[in-house]
Write a protein that binds this ligand. Structure first.
Ligand SMILES: Cc1cc2nc3c(=O)[nH]c(=O)nc-3n(C[C@H](O)[C@H](O)[C@H](O)COP(=O)(O)OP(=O)(O)OC[C@H]3O[C@@H](n4cnc5c(N)ncnc54)[C@H](O)[C@@H]3O)c2cc1C
Length: 415
């Protein structure tokens, strides 16, 4: 094959999932030859972007050079995959090269579909329109929050599922409310949260707690309304009703600060590949992360089809499963277990307070700490602010896999 290169394990995407799998594989079986295809020069710890938007975490601490997170001995191919031919064990790169592999791991994350909202791309980062979903706009969220004054209107949005971090769209509403409360102008401002979903959170146990948090701050919660258009200069957001009773009707809502959580989907080259399911996600077994049609292909993280919440916490539990499966196949090591759908979402309900939401497939609540998980706690805040970033950079991305077990026998109290 001209320009061809063969790799025992080829990982496409060097974000949270790609680096974690590579690092674990290096520890499991040192003789495996691994290459990562990743075009970005910087690696981001995205969960801290929520805190950047609230002015409690510097943007500079959320990223490191990609070169510094590539595990030693792993080849970094500084390019993007263009297309996938799993029938030929081949990945085509943007630069025209073709790579072949024994095992392929696909973890290219999600695409942020800013263009699906009319007018948004023209005004994002200006006119009070901000988003924590991109490192280029999270700092602007904090700029906008600081400019808020009595009489202003804050509008925050949540897109249709699936999107990464099920709590991020509403965490910022609570943090803004708390900022305004501390400045003594909370009651003089209007705060509204518009969500495409019929409930405030997908796991009823945590939804019950969050409804109370929103009520405490006096935040208006509007269900089944989807952001359809933004007029930045006119400071108006247009929402479309998606519930049965008023389906298709539109409503214009004025704002001074509009925080947008954009709709999200797989990248086009995944959607159009033979790896995709009907919705475009890489179609894998939800316990083993192995592709359902191509046995030497695995996928994890935001791009795969498993019905868990798309989080870095999910990746932390998926990555050892993928690494063990591949190490077993290549080097005859033992398989250690299956992925149970674990995800974690530290719900920052105030500066200094967090509900540590942890749950598995089916919304089963599975806390790690022996504490009532529906309570807002300072310890959860410290874990979110300091503990998890440290754990991410120095433990997870280094391929260490021992973590305290989440409690799968937890009994929810009656609502
Ligand atoms: C605002 C915000 C808050 C969040 N909060 C939390 C939280 O509190 N807790 C939590 O656990 N998670 C949180 N998350 C989600 C978490 O960051 C993601 O779930 C996680 O990063 C997914 O990892 P991934 O590797 O699948 O995708 P990413 O980390 O996004 O990595 C994908 C990589 O693929 C690369 N790529 C894309 N296309 C190609 C291509 N064609 N070829 C090669 N490489 C390609 C990209 O450059 C990128 O580096 C949050 C995310 C955001 C944005």
């Amino acid at each position: 094959m001209p320009n061809g290169q063969h790799h025992q394990v080829l990982i496409v995407g060097g974000g949270t999932a790609g680096i974690t799998v590579a690092a674990i594989l290096r520890r499991r079986a040192r003789n495996i030859a691994i290459a990562i295809v990743e075009p970005a020069q910087e690696h981001y710890y995205q969960p801290s972007l929520t805190l950047v938007g609230a002015g409690v975490y510097p943007l500079a601490k959320t990223h490191r050079p990609q070169a510094s997170v590539i595990p030693p001995g792993v080849t970094w191919i500084r390019d993007a995959a263009k297309s996938f031919e799993p029938g030929k064990n081949t990945v085509q790169l943007q630069n025209g090269d073709a790579l072949t592999y024994d095992y392929l791991v696909v973890c290219t994350g999600v695409k942020l579909d800013w263009d699906k909202i009319a007018g948004l791309a023209d005004t994002l980062g200006r006119n009070g329109v901000c988003s924590n979903y991109s490192p280029t706009t999270a700092g602007y969220t904090w700029e906008c929050v600081q400019k808020l004054k009595a009489g202003d209107k804050v509008v925050c949005t949540q897109p249709p599922m699936p999107f990464k971090c099920p709590g991020a769209p509403q965490k910022i509403v609570y943090l803004i409310a708390d900022r305004l409360r501390r400045r003594g102008i909370r009651k003089d401002c209007m705060l509204d949260f518009f969500t495409h979903a019929p409930a405030i959170f997908g796991v009823p146990y945590f939804a019950r707690a969050l409804v109370k948090v929103a009520a405490r701050y006096g935040i208006g919660v509007h269900y089944q309304q989807n952001l359809a258009a933004v007029d930045g200069q006119g400071k108006t957001a247009t929402f479309e009703f998606v519930g049965d009773n008023r389906k298709g009707e539109r409503e214009n809502v004025p704002f001074d600060l509009l925080h947008v959580s954009p709709p999200q989907s797989p990248h086009d080259n995944i959607k159009s590949s033979p790896l995709a399911n009907a919705s475009g996600w890489v179609e894998v077994n939800q316990a083993t992360m192995q592709h359902v049609r191509y046995q030497n292909v695995y996928s994890l993280g935001d791009v795969c089809s498993t019905p868990n919440s798309k989080t870095a916490a999910a990746v932390r539990k998926q990555a050892p499963v993928v690494a063990n499966e591949i190490a077993t196949a290549v080097a005859g090591k033992l398989v250690l277990g299956a992925y149970d759908g674990y995800a974690s979402c530290p719900l920052t309900t105030a500066i200094g307070k967090t509900i540590l939401a942890e749950f598995c497939y089916g919304g089963k609540v599975t806390p790690t700490l022996p504490l009532n998980p529906s309570k807002e706690r300072w310890v959860g805040w410290r874990i979110k602010l300091t503990g998890l970033p440290l754990m991410y950079w120095h433990y997870m991305l280094k391929g260490y896999v021992w973590f305290p077990k989440h409690n799968t026998d937890f009994k929810e109290e009656a609502p």
